[in-house]
Design a protein around this ligand. Structure first.
Ligand code: ATP
Ligand code: MG
Length: 180
């Protein structure tokens, strides 16, 4: 399984539809300061279910929707899709390609889709839980995160290691089971 494609429209600086195709292996994104490199990783995080606007480097929801320029009106919503190659069926779905989409509106509402079928945030969270690339899976380490990990309290650091080691999913499943 690997990330094959990222599509963005109306997300941060990407007003028009932008499609990035990735190959297997390592991809490096380079560009001048302020050109949108970090916005790309924010887009990935948004789809994986990030709910904290601060983590997406905004102070309010509107900050992640294209804000407009002198010549261009702001947009009403942002849409980001991640397309995974799932030929090895690492994602437990019967499809060889899995597209996860999130649409976010200025009102604060979010819509989620798995292969164009509407779903809940919980479905996306659970889909990625087993393979450790969820929003808290430490598969994305942002600028400043290393300092945060080093300066955090021991209990919090333990939580980080549990998440990275895949123990958190069992805790989550236990909590879900206890709710029933
Ligand atoms: P650096 O090398 O400094 O880390 P970067 O390539 O990571 O830079 P980003 O932080 O991804 O740059 O992009 C910042 C740009 O995105 C800024 O020019 C900012 O104006 C633009 N931007 C952020 N949010 C929005 C928005 N809602 N609407 C329009 N543009 C936005
Ligand atoms: Mg950056």
């Amino acid at each position: 399984m690997y990330l094959k494609k990222l599509e963005m429209k109306g997300f941060k600086s990407f007003a028009d539809k932008v499609v990035l195709n990735f190959e297997r292996g390592i991809t490096t994104i380079v560009g001048p300061n302020g050109s949108g490199k970090s916005n790309i990783s924010d887009a990935v995080r948004l789809v994986l279910g990030e709910q904290s606007i601060k983590s997406l480097r905004g102070s309010k929801l509107e900050d992640i929707i294209f804000a407009g320029t002198e010549k261009r009106k702001p947009l009403g919503f942002a849409e980001v899709s991640l397309v995974f190659d799932n030929c090895d069926h690492m994602l437990p779905l019967d499809y060889s390609e899995v597209a996860i989409t999130r649409r976010i509106f200025r009102s604060g509402e979010s819509e989620f889709y798995i292969n164009k079928t509407s779903c809940r945030l919980k479905d996306i969270y659970e889909l990625f839980l087993d393979i450790g690339i969820g929003k808290d899976g430490y598969s994305i380490i942002s600028q400043g995160k290393i300092d945060e990990i080093l300066s955090t309290k021991p209990e919090e650091r333990r939580r980080i290691f549990e998440e990275a080691a895949g123990i958190s999913k069992y805790k989550y499943k236990k909590e879900e089971a206890l709710k029933k």
